[in-house]
Design a protein around this ligand. Structure first.
Ligand code: SAM
Length: 356
């Protein structure tokens, strides 16, 4: 926010973030003058940002809280600096830089951008020193924005009958006890889960999706909350069952499966419904990829998160990861809408947590 030089301005720091920065951190825009603007940056605990460089602006940062590191490179010169409260550092124009938050609390800083932030296209993604973890922010924003169109578009992508088949299959399960659902989306499966469970905590990363689910579901034994399935807020051994449909491939599957194992009780049940492109052959596989991309682009009209769908798993790989994460597969079935041979089948997998 820039003000005319003759004006005095004052504002409290906004309670909500103003935007997600191109590097994936949360930004709260503060005041500015003709020569520069100030913003508050926050990178959640344990996260690593996307490495970027700025085309025209330079910045000076002061770390307010948290602990972490910043990597900076200019040509052949590079260094990693430790970050903690009170450290001040510069990011000259053209520096490639990346942040990671290593403490128990978020890494927070204020930065002055000079001249003021020019807008879209200023930050360019570059190769960094560490693997970024913040793609969850992009997922959160994308799914919130497309929430209203989701049910229509997904049925065009995978076939109108496919999710119905998964729901029927879920209805055949016995009592599931206390259940957590991750990536519940618009709540398509939440009611059927509720009717087979003592209680369901229906969760999603995207507030926009959760709002729709809340409007749709009236079951008394369902509560809603925001959760990232890769790092949930639940205590170890909290649930008898976990359900997740069309979510695993938007995450780091190994990390997610370990987290699911952690929050399940010994012997607890994990039910997954995943895309199964390996069940299609030749031209059908090609047609299904074209349909998914075409319906997604025309139906959502939003730029998808980077690497959307890059972690789609084959059945063999999923089996391998489940075994490695300490699960025993109890059932694995392919469910599909047979009205078109190129509708992508879903794999319905039920697994039990081995050991304690
Ligand atoms: C393709 S939709 C699936 C929705 C619903 N489960 C279904 O099958 O119809 C993917 C959902 O996963 C959520 N999601 C993506 N990444 C997530 C994460 N890391 N943790 C929790 N939810 C996530 C999205 O917000 C979105 O609602």
């Amino acid at each position: 926010m820039s003000v005319r030089p003759s004006e005095f301005a004052a504002m409290p720091i906004p309670a909500e973030r103003s935007a997600v920065a191109p590097d994936g951190s949360d930004v709260r825009v503060l005041l500015g003058l003709a020569g520069g603007g100030m913003a508050h940056f926050e990178l959640a605990a344990g996260e690593t940002s996307i490495a970027v460089t700025h085309r025209t602006v330079e910045e000076i940062w002061l770390i307010l809280s948290g602990r972490g590191e910043m990597w900076r490179r200019q040509g052949d010169r590079e260094e990693v600096v430790s970050l903690e409260r009170g450290v001040c550092l510069t990011i000259p124009v053209g520096t490639h830089f990346q942040l990671r938050s290593l403490g128990r609390e978020a890494l927070a800083a204020v930065g002055v951008t000079m001249p003021p932030w020019p807008g879209e296209g200023e930050a360019v993604v570059v190769a960094g020193k560490w693997r970024p973890t913040v793609s969850a922010n992009e997922q959160r924003d994308f799914w919130s924005q497309v929430a209203q169109s989701y049910d229509r578009v997904v049925d065009l992508q995978i076939g109108p009958g496919t999710r119905g088949r998964v729901r029927e299959r879920l209805a055949q399960e016995g009592r599931l006890g206390n259940v957590a659902e991750f990536g519940c989306g618009t709540g398509y499966y939440t009611e059927i889960l509720a009717s087979h469970s003592a209680a369901v905590v229906a969760t999603d990363l995207s507030p926009g999706m959760l709002d729709l689910a809340r409007e749709r579901i009236y079951a008394a034994n369902v509560t809603f909350q925001t959760e990232d399935v890769e790092r949930t807020s639940f205590a170890a051994g909290s649930f008898d069952g976990v359900f997740m449909s069309l979510v695993l491939h938007f995450t780091e599957p190994e990390k997610t499966l370990l987290e699911m194992r952690r929050i399940l009780k010994p012997g607890g049940t994990l039910i997954l419904s995943n895309l199964d492109p390996g069940a299609l052959r030749g031209l059908d596989r090609l047609r299904c990829s074209v349909r998914i991309v075409y319906q997604g682009v025309t139906g959502y009209r939003r730029r998808p998160p980077r690497r959307l769908g890059a972690n789609v798993l084959t059945e063999a790989r999923l089996r391998e990861l489940l075994a490695k994460a300490g699960f025993e597969i109890l059932a694995c079935e392919t469910l599909r809408d047979p009205s078109r041979s190129s509708y992508i089948p879903l794999e319905y997998v039920k697994a039990a947590k081995r050991g304690a």
